[in-house]
Design a protein around this ligand. Structure first.
Ligand code: SAM
Length: 227
């Protein structure tokens, strides 16, 4: 999987993705990335990339001509699905992550200032994706989150250490609690069923815990699950 990152801060990549499992996968070429510095396409001596918004208001807006030129510097066949990280986008979900992780390449536009001129988003059919209902100062951390979630689903990245089909959200529920050694810690036991060796009972307990946790913490998910 390849990521093209349109950004004013190329040095923000690969950040944490250069470490641990994603870092190993990067060195094995399971995934790759390229940063395109939007500033390189800026105008004038200051390499300006933004301007004041029509209609007034605070802040600056990234110019469509600059963003387009940055985008067109990526060969068309390497662009893949085009995503603009945006608080008003489709909320990122595990389902969407699964879908994105099957793409050969993604081009991710990281906004700054008040955002990007709408015309370039429309003209080049950028999908808008949000990582949550809060506002970041830039799209780079959001892009890293999309990348991390996709990369861990790529073949061979997690090895046998984790099973994405049993994780939170995979079946519409949050995951059950985990316990490990020591069996008694600070006078606290682990739930008896987990040391019983009875697989059916363990499965039933895990399902029950998942349901309880989801019901209390995420009534929105619970409502959908119960339908
Ligand atoms: N004026 C915008 C608004 O109110 O929706 C916020 C702009 S924000 C300061 C600058 C950039 O950060 C955005 O263009 C976007 O790329 C990124 N960003 C901020 N919050 C985000 C979120 N929740 N999800 C994805 N990207 C986000």
């Amino acid at each position: 999987m390849h990521f093209n990152l349109l950004t004013l801060f190329p040095e923000m990549f690969p950040a944490s993705l250069g470490q641990s499992l994603s870092g190993k996968a990067l060195s094995k070429n399971t995934w790759s990335y390229e940063t395109i510095n939007i500033r390189d396409f800026g105008l004038g001596t200051h390499k300006s990339v933004d301007d004041t918004p029509f209609g007034g208001g605070a802040g600056m807006v990234m110019r469509p001509d600059i963003i387009e030129n940055a985008l067109l510097s990526i060969p068309k066949q390497k662009q893949g699905r085009k995503i603009y990280m945006s608080p008003r986008g489709t909320p990122l979900s595990q389902e969407l992550v699964k879908e994105l992780s099957t793409e050969e390449s993604l081009t991710i536009l990281c906004g700054r200032y008040e955002g990007v001129d709408q015309r370039v988003l429309d003209a080049h059919e950028f999908e808008e994706i949000s990582i949550g209902d809060y506002v970041l100062s830039g799209g780079e951390p959001a892009a890293l989150i999309v990348m991390d979630a996709c990369i861990r689903l790529l073949q061979g990245v997690m090895g046998n250490s984790a099973t994405p089909d049993e994780e939170s959200f995979s079946n519409g529920l949050l995951e059950y609690p985990h316990y490990t050694k020591p069996a008694i810690w600070n006078n606290l036991d682990v739930p008896k069923v987990l040391t019983s060796g009875h697989h059916a009972n363990i499965k039933a307990w895990q399902q029950e815990q998942s349901e309880e946790i989801t019901k209390h913490r995420r009534p929105d998910l619970w409502k959908i699950y119960k339908k």
